[in-house]
Ligand binder design. Structure first.
Ligand SMILES: C[S@@+](CC[C@H](N)C(=O)[O-])C[C@H]1O[C@@H](n2cnc3c(N)ncnc32)[C@H](O)[C@@H]1O
Length: 230
């Protein structure tokens, strides 16, 4: 357990004397804060490979390395998440929030803002290559938080979170958590005449470590953390 604090550390919340990390959240910042507290010793992440404008880091420690294929801010370095300018096993933690929709459309608010894939195969390839790249740059037992959302493609459900968990395990990651962020406000396409599938109002934060689970709980004697591992 790291004892020194730095500018990347999360400050303890006075309002949370007895903190309980949950599987379902409505507030993204609280979710990230809790995941970093439980799985990253309260430290911020080293790398955000798809930084965009860093919306969800507001009020949280900024990542040390900020990359994006199309940077929108001067402090973000241009890089592809499948080929990061980082040495092998050089970072401890990654928070990955890639594009999650297919069928780019000029009329879609989501695709204009975050970019999208032209088809499902493109999404799968990018996710697989990214997982492989993260395995390369992460230290052994390093942390990967993968944000994703299921989708309907060609009128069929694609359970992205199942795909990511399965692929990550093939790459050599261990899945610790599948945490859900739910929301009440939903963007509805004006082009949909008749609803075919339930509108998705949740996304996933999948928490992995490179290799086997850490001995964190045993090391620091934290029985709550130990319970969460079993
Ligand atoms: C969902 S957004 C990230 C939003 C960000 N987490 C935030 O809080 O503002 C996805 C970002 O991934 C970037 N992106 C898409 N493909 C990429 C790639 N191959 N490598 C790196 N970044 C990529 C897009 O430019 C976009 O900024």
């Amino acid at each position: 357990m790291q004892s020194q604090t730095s500018m990347f550390d999360i400050q303890p919340k006075a309002s949370h004397p007895k903190r309980v990390v949950r599987t379902v959240y409505k507030d993204e910042r609280e979710l990230l804060n809790d995941v970093l507290w439980l799985y990253n010793g309260g430290h911020g992440v080293d790398v955000d490979p798809c930084y965009s404008v860093g919306r969800f880091w507001k009020g949280l420690p900024q990542p040390k390395y900020k990359f994006d294929v199309a940077p929108q801010l001067p402090e973000v370095k241009q890089a592809d998440c499948t080929n990061l300018p980082l040495e092998n096993e050089s970072v401890k933690s990654i928070m990955f929030d890639p594009p999650f929709v297919t069928y780019p459309s000029d009329t879609s608010i989501i695709t204009n803002r975050f970019s999208a894939f032209e088809n499902l195969e493109q999404l799968k390839d990018m996710y697989i290559e990214s997982l492989s790249e993260f395995y390369r740059v992460l230290e052994n037992k390093g942390l990967l938080i993968f944000k994703c959302q299921d989708l309907v493609h060609n009128h069929r459900q694609f359970l992205t979170h199942v795909f990511v968990i399965n692929r990550a395990e093939i790459e050599g990651f261990f899945c610790h958590e599948c945490i859900i962020l739910s929301r009440d406000n939903v963007l509805l396409s004006p082009h949909i005449q008749k609803q075919q599938h339930a509108r998705k109002t949740h996304s996933y934060y999948l928490v992995f470590s490179k290799g086997l689970p850490t001995q964190r709980a045993a090391d620091d004697g934290d029985s709550a953390a130990f319970t969460s591992l079993i």
